[in-house]
Design a protein around this ligand. Sequence first.
Ligand SMILES: NC(=O)c1ccc[n+]([C@@H]2O[C@H](COP(=O)([O-])OP(=O)(O)OC[C@H]3O[C@@H](n4cnc5c(N)ncnc54)[C@H](O)[C@@H]3O)[C@@H](O)[C@H]2O)c1
Length: 329
Amino acid sequence: MSAKRKIVITGGAGYIGGHLTGLLLENGYQVEVLDKLLFGDVYVRQYQDHPDFTFTLGDVLNIADLARAFRDAYAVIHLAAVVGDPACAKNPELTRLVNVESTKSVVELADIYQVQRLLFASSCSVYGVAPGEVWLNEGSYLNPVSLYAETRIESERIILNGCKHTTPTILRLATVYGYSKRMRFDLAVNIMTLKGITQSKVMVLGGSQYRPFVHCQDVARAFHTMLEAPTETVSREVFNVGNSDQNYRIKDLGRLVAGTLDVEVEIAQEREDDRSYRVDFSKIAWLTGFETIREIPESVLEIKAHFQDGDFKDYGDQCYYNVRYDYML
Ligand SMILES: NC(=O)c1ccc[n+]([C@@H]2O[C@H](COP(=O)([O-])OP(=O)(O)OC[C@H]3O[C@@H](n4cnc5c(N)ncnc54)[C@H](O)[C@@H]3O)[C@@H](O)[C@H]2O)c1
């Protein structure tokens, strides 16, 4: 039997999970991905010949699927979810099941199978709407304004209150951006980049709201950092994941993306999303040494290069937009 530590990643075939799987394989872990493959199998095909990679086509709502995967696991990284406000609003019943009920099963089975670490992908959207210039940290008041954010908070509490033997750590991710083989064109930086490339114009609605951003590869690095951090540093801790320098007002983000692509920017008065939160990321840096390495302009150009290589000829396809997917029970 391999002496390598086995890490289970639920939702490991997704936008973030694909990067995380590759990074953990490179760092000598055995990785088992448990995923329903809602958005395709590009990452499963990429890693399927790796001797330390296993894939299980399964559902986090199915306890038997979880139990099979958790056997002999050192850690579980729980990413599988209905992701994003619009996708969650479309099917609230399913969202509650996948985003909250599955967390209860994950916690229970992690304890039963003596999994040592449980890392959970929460979101900075739990901060919701905060007054203008305030900096939010892990102790700040939570003010969720969407079902998605509510389900992240509920899951955080289920994990922190429910884990007995397993060491839990919560990662509250900034809004993610950047290129992934399972691409998402429903995330702010990526949408703006798509519009800039395909319409030679970046359009922004409203725009005074603050939002923090982080690259999908940096998110993968943050999970890896947490996995290797001393237990006493991360046990029952909540960490914002991002970089304080990558908080932008949405209109400034529009200008940055447009400027990078050398296209026009149009800022309309109406806003479609009231969430506004400016987040402090010093805790993760202080306690674990984690720092982001990717930045928005070079990531925008990376996405553009993939376009030019013909990777996204079908950029309107539903597989790139979580909300367009028809989630079924
Ligand atoms: N992308 C972001 O901006 C962001 C920000 C904060 C937090 N997060 C969190 O990170 C995690 C991953 O997000 P992502 O952007 O990679 O999303 P994604 O939609 O690309 O990945 C989710 C994966 O989960 C799988 N999945 C969905 N329901 C499942 C089920 N019932 N059983 C098994 N697999 C299932 C999907 O097939 C998909 O591969 C989520 O938990 C999300 O809440 C993401």
